[in-house]
Structures are given as C-alpha cells and as structure tokens.
Design a protein around this ligand. Sequence first.
Ligand code: ZN
Length: 205
Amino acid sequence: MGESLYPNLENLNQVSGLATALLVIDMLNDFVSGRMKCGDAAKIIPKIKALTEVFRNKGLPVIYICDTHYPGVDRELELWGDHAIAGTWGAEVVDELKPQERDFLVRKRRYSGFFQTDLDLLLRELKVDRLALTGIDTNICVRHTAADAFFKGYRVAVVKDAVASWDGVEGNEKGINYMSEIYGAETLEAEEVEPGLEKGDRANP
Ligand code: ZN
C-alpha cells in the first residue's frame, strides 16, 4: 500500500467510523423449499440466523436483498421460469429468518442487489463501507452483488459457511474463490465475522 494521496480523508473516515452491514441474499421460500429449491440453502439458515443476531445486538444494519419479479414482464424470467413472484409466498423471506423491526429489505429484479435498487443510497446513509455477504446463490446473486460492491468501492467479506449454491459444495467453493481472487473479498467463517464498530462508537468516536 502506497502513501495515501488524501490523508485527511482517511482521518475523516476513522473519526466517522464506517461500519459493516450484514446482507442476507435471496433466502426466500421459492429458493429454500419451493419451486427453485437449492438443496444446500436450508443448511446455512442457522449460521445466517446467528449472524443476524450478532449484528442486531451491535446496532449494525441487517439488510435483506430479495428477488421480486413481475410475471410476464421481467426478462430474467425468460431464462429461469417464474420464481419469487411479487406478492406470493415464494418471494417472502423464510420464516426462520423473518426480518425484524429495524432491519431493511431491498427488492431487486436482477441478480445484483445494487442494480436499479436503493441499496447504494441506503449503505451511504448508514455509513457502511464493508459488506458481509450471506445467502444464495454463491455463483449468481451473491457473486453479482459482490461485483457491484467491488466496483463501487465497498469492502466485501463472503461468509463461507453462510452461502450456498445450486452447484453443490464444489461449485460453492469455486464461487467463493472467484470472489476472493477477482474482487479481493475476505473469506471468513460465520464465527470470524468482526462486525466492526458499534453504533455507540460511531456516534462517540
Ligand atoms: Zn430472479
């Protein structure tokens, strides 16, 4: 790492205390037990649930990123068939991970949580600079969200035991390695995620 061209901005970041948000991607009924079931999705629920509790207890944001499609309209459905249709059970977050009062929910119509959504605005208002990614599919929506996060300058951490893929264990691992190599993502176990500064620290650095 060279010397910063903007040392004052670095100090500003330290003072304002940018933080980590937990992203829970596409843990929806259709993908966990419904019409496009991913076999390994149910296995990661306990890890994600534990992380949501850690983040909530620290006063840090938990953000659900949810596929929500319009039938007969969304071009993505031509490729995959109908899934996560707006207003249906299939598009709802699974019961075990139901969003709580202070959580956020961002609806998307393509793979990336950033594409044509207000996720970037939300993260900037929350003063978040690092994303801990969980959910499915490692090689589709997690990966494209990681790509956009990287392009926009967010730091990305992929929680290895809290993501899953239709491509099975091997495909999951390949996807995690890709994000590590190409987007510089940290790869961590759920227990290793350091959520960063608490809200109190941010308010009173
Ligand atoms: Zn979709």
